[in-house]
Design a protein around this ligand. Structure first.
Ligand code: C2E
Ligand code: MG
Ligand code: MG
Length: 716
């Protein structure tokens, strides 16, 4: 029996097949890029859209036939054919979305897709309750399946090319969609040509469908599905664009921070940290055979007088002019740094002879002694320089700097405006350092350590939320020694491990005492690099908490950026374990070390402490305010709290409040003090239930300590 077709409906069915394929390929690309759990949403959405599309193509194709009788369908079988279409699409999109997509995947995908389309088609046909049954011509059935598989493979191959970025994207995607559309409609129409209906066929049972409204309904459903998927697809591209913008901004802040971290804000010369790095590199090169070099320490004579009488503005301009002249009078390759105040350092590139350094020093002293205009005044500045040489005066950065400094004092003692090379008699350094080391060795046993505590205050409520424990060493003959002096020695000698354990236990004991007396304050303890990497760290912390029965949320650990960044992979593991314990982790001195902000996204960190140098620079350097602002907004985006360190003036606090900083710490509220001395102040300002941290604390409290399963669901 010849079956005539309605060509409009045929065209509609092919259009649906092509457009549904186009959407499915866009979604497959999303699946490839997406991360869990978005991946499964795209997969389910794409498979449903495409499955319904294939099925609609088939049905519109069926409606396009003008049959003498009304076709009646078996509903369960019809629904099964729809499910087959969806499952087939699901598998095909998964295959097209795999990361490594080669010939094997193309062939497998084509087979699945072509086979699935054919299965859907013939099951759909079987759903027609017709007597006598439809007869099929085997050759045409085979042709319909082969066309389906071939065209699907071609389409998948094209998307593969697309992924490689070698083909013009929109054209290739359209080509792939057309091929896929051909696979779907080709299978259908060749399959239909294979079918022959007996002349007096009749349909019994099943459900009859009204052609006209069915066609319209199917087309509408398909169109709205397509519209919906395209829209979500566009939304996701928009999200991706936003993420990209975020990453670009991160990179920009990074560059700013890197500059800020290595340069002096006023003069643009190197800062101390960057200079030390250069010095270490020069030492390595010299040991490897690059020969001798020198370190020049320079100080302006009478700078304080000029600064005090003409004001800070004039002093700053003077320093900038000195920096400019220093750059002009040294050679390319010499490194120049400002160490703060009116102290400068020069690291020479390799020298031919020891006398060369003296020649450079003479040139600098002469160059700086030329008159200089400040406002309407002409001022004369003079300078003194101390020189140390590698290898004769030391072979570590510390030794070379200390000796250049000693030589500088020698030059000053001679009345200034001159230079002096280091001579060995000046040297008291190694002996002194050894003495300190040996004293430090006994300090713990002799009970010379004490903890001071400095409050941290909520910027908005002005309540104390926590305190930082800061170590003090009362040396029997030298008096108090700063942790900045003895912590590096303790690190080098390994003494920091027992000392750090003492600090932790002592801090937990104090926190317990306060906790019992109704002061629920969190205590922050500094962890050194060596401590952080100790294998027994977690056990030690757990033991310290258990010994005092202190809830983990009342302990915070401060770790510097560089510690976190060295061996990032193992850091993540340690931090995650700490986070699971329920202990709070913060990054100390943020902005001074690596300044690589992108790592923050990967580490389970609760808060950032902006280094004091940024806070003090905010007064006169607008760049610093911008950086502080950027750090705060970044931290908030990553759901971290921000603490400003070293806040000394009400103006700084006001500025920080306007930037949305959460907490601050500094001399403005109080110096670090022994626990008893601090207590009255704490009672007056204690926060009710740790006001500044409520959100975080309650989220943390919901987590039982030590539950390994809760790692993924962290609340940052
Ligand atoms: P940090 O952890 O960044 O501590 C902040 C330092 O800034 C403290 O110096 C504090 O006294 C000081 N400070 C606080 N407010 C202000 C302010 O308004 N202006 C200025 N100019 N300074 C302020 P401190 O106590 O001398 O400690 C120095 C560093 O020694 C600490 O820096 C920390 O890195 C280390 N440290 C201290 N105690 C320990 C400890 O128990 N273990 C370890 N590993 N390191 C410690
Ligand atoms: Mg600290
Ligand atoms: Mg700090």
């Amino acid at each position: 029996m010849h079956v005539p077709y309605n060509s409009w409906l045929v065209a509609l069915s092919i259009a649906v097949a092509v457009s549904v394929s186009y959407t499915a390929f866009r979604l497959a690309a999303r699946v490839a890029e997406a991360i869990r759990p978005m991946r499964s949403y795209w997969l389910i959405g794409g498979a449903s859209a495409m499955g319904i599309g294939i099925w609609s193509t088939h049905f519109i194709g069926m409606l396009a036939i003008s049959m003498p009788m009304v076709l009646r369908y078996d509903i369960p079988m019809t629904v099964a054919s729809l499910l087959i279409a969806i499952i087939t699409s699901w598998m095909a999109i998964r295959i097209a979305g795999t990361e490594r997509f080669g010939r094997g995947a193309v062939a497998l995908g084509g087979l699945v897709m072509g086979g699935g389309i054919a299965a859907m088609h013939f099951l759909g046909m079987a759903a027609i309750d017709i007597t006598p049954a439809i007869r099929y011509q085997p050759a045409l059935v085979a042709a319909s399946i082969i066309v389906g598989i071939g065209a699907s493979s071609g389409a998948l191959w094209l998307t593969f090319q697309l992924r490689g970025g070698r083909t013009a994207r929109p054209l290739a995607r359209l080509g792939a969609a057309v091929l896929m559309g051909l696979a779907i409609s080709g299978t259908h129409y060749i399959g239909m040509a294979a079918a022959s209906f007996a002349a007096h066929s009749r349909c019994y049972g099943g459900v009859a469908l009204d052609n006209a409204w069915l066609a319209v309904t199917i087309a509408l459903v398909t169109a709205s599905l397509l519209g919906f998927t395209l829209m979500t697809d566009m939304y996701s591209s928009e999200l991706a664009a936003r993420a990209q913008a975020h990453a670009a901004r991160l990179q920009q802040i990074n560059a700013q921070l890197r500059y800020q971290a290595t340069h002096d804000g006023l003069t643009g010369l190197l800062n101390r940290a960057a200079f030390l790095k250069r010095l270490a590199a020069a030492l390595r090169a010299a040991r490897a055979g690059a020969g001798r070099f020198a370190v020049l320490a320079l100080d302006l004579d009478r700078f304080k007088l000029i600064n005090d009488s003409l004001g800070h503005g004039a002093g700053d301009r003077l320093l900038c002019e000195v920096a400019r002249r220093l750059c002009a009078m040294t050679r390319p390759g010499d490194a120049i740094a400002r160490m703060g105040g009116d102290e400068f350092l020069v690291l020479t590139r390799p020298l031919a002879s020891a006398e060369d350094a003296g020649a450079i020093a003479t040139q600098i002293i002469q160059g700086l002694s030329k008159p200089l205009r400040l406002d309407s005044l002409e001022v004369l500045v003079a300078s003194s320089i101390g020189i140390s040489h590698y290898p004769s005066d030391g072979d570590t950065p510390e030794a070379l700097l200390a000796h250049a400094d000693e030589a500088l004092y020698g030059a000053k003692r001679q009345g200034g405006r001159t230079f002096q090379c280091f001579v060995a008699q000046m040297n008291g350094f190694p002996h002194e350092r050894l003495q300190l080391e040996s004293d430090l060795n006994h300090a713990l046993a002799r009970g010379q350590f004490e903890l001071y505590y400095q409050p941290r205050v909520d910027v908005v409520s002005a309540r104390v939320t926590s305190v930082e424990a800061l170590l003090r060493w009362r040396h029997p003959s030298r008096g108090p020694i700063s942790p900045r002096t003895f912590i590096p020695i303790a690190e080098e000698t390994g003494l920091i491990v027992p000392i750090g354990a003492w600090v932790l236990n002592e801090a937990c004991r104090q926190a317990r005492r306060w906790h019992s007396s109704g002061l629920s304050l969190r205590i922050a303890v500094n962890l050194s690099a060596l401590q952080f990497r100790q294998p027994g760290l977690l056990r030690m912390i757990a033991a310290a908490l258990a010994a005092e029965g202190l809830p983990p949320r009342l302990l915070e650990l401060e770790i510097t950026e560089s510690v976190v960044m060295t061996d990032a992979a193992s850091s993540v593991a340690i931090l995650e374990q700490l986070s699971r314990m329920g202990v709070i982790v913060s990054v100390d001195d943020f902005g001074t070390g690596y300044s690589n902000m992108s790592y923050l996204q990967r580490f389970p960190i609760d808060r950032l402490k902006i280094d004091a140098s940024f806070i003090s620079a905010m007064n006169d350097d607008p760049q610093s305010t911008l950086i502080v602002q950027a750090i705060i907004s970044l931290a908030h985006n990553l759901r971290m709290k921000v603490i400003a360190e070293g806040v000394e003036t009400p103006a700084q606090l006001r500025r920080l409040a306007s930037l949305g900083c959460d907490q601050y710490q500094g001399f403005l509220f109080g110096q670090p003090m022994p626990a008893e001395a601090l207590e009255p102040q704490l009672r007056a300002h204690a926060s009710l239930g740790d006001a500044g941290d409520t959100a975080l604390t309650s989220a943390r409290l919901a987590r039982p300590a030590w539950d390994p399963g809760l790692l993924a669901s962290n609340d940052r």
